[in-house]
Design a protein around this ligand. Sequence first.
Ligand code: ZN
Length: 406
Amino acid sequence: MRVYKARILSFEDPSSPKEYRYMAVDDDGRIAALSNERPPVGGELVDYSGHLILPGFIDTHIHLPQLHERAMISDSLLEWLEKYIFPAEEKFADPEFAREVSREFFSGLLRNGTTTAVVFSSSHREATEIAFEEAMKSGIRAVIGQVLMDMNGPEGLLTTPERAVEDIKAVALRWHGFDGRLFYAVTPRFAVSCTMELMRAAAEVAKEMGLYIQTHLSEQIGEIEEVMRLFPEAESYTNVYLKAGLLGESTIVAHAIHLSDRERKILAETGTRVAHCPSSNFFLHSGVMDLKAQESAGLTVSLGSDVGAGPFLSMLEVLRDAYYANVMNPFKAFHLLTMGGARALGMEDWIGSLEVGKEADFVVIDPEPLAGPEDELEVLLSRLMILGDERNVSATYVRGRKLCEG
Ligand SMILES: [Zn+2]
């Protein structure tokens, strides 16, 4: 048992955070007690006075092979993909390179306070296995999938529906559910690079094996026009995925910016989750996702860095852009970052907040010099939301284990 002392905050309720002084974590990494007086349990005291403890950050959309492709400016998403991203992802055919970047990627996430990440790997089975191995070693929680494409890309990144299913089965059998910490996501890149046959095969194997699904939806107008040209019989972009069987409660679609009411209704009815990636949307000039419209349609919204279109690994920096995109108070922003992420993954019963019985995934934050640790809560969290970054992260814990120190 360990007892942590700090200003401990949890965001189950988007309008008023819960606050404690002590958190006891048992030897299995579960939260055993939260209180304002030292709980009557034995164990070592870990004194983080002057610091905050927040629930671990959850990044629900990020691309591992794009770590080194940040800040590559371009006129459009489709041009950016062809010019920078596809060539960068082709390099992941080299396992040594894949391992080196995977290591750097997961340690970078942990250094930034991200305890759970939902990750696009490259189009290579081996690089995806390496990503799982390095995620396992790092101690992070992750959902990872091999990117699937069978048209409109360079030869080295294309697969076939048969090969895709084979690859998914091989990797998911070994890793989906590993240590209750690693999971597999079937990952068709987006409708521009996938035939209906590939998307259907992907949806089927995901359903059969109980896997997550992740893809992109309605990021840019030019992309939507291309999808409508490729699938002329579909009434909308969202309808293409519906027809393929890709939508559902285990599916996360990134962006979902330019949606009609009818498309929002389809997403809500199928229980599909939306990963909002504001930093990426500003960087590529994709547009601004309307949070109110998504929430009033009943959609579950979480946050994603979308590195490399998003320039920041730090979810604190993504929070700033979320605020610029949609006015919100910091309680709501931290709620989206933590509980929103857990809900997107259906993991809200074991992560996403600091509550007794949940697994102890948390970030230790030094708020200085932006704010004093005892400042009024809304001011303190506003400063972190707008000005915070990697430098404010003092330590990151997953399941009660300290995985890095800032
Ligand atoms: Zn993306």
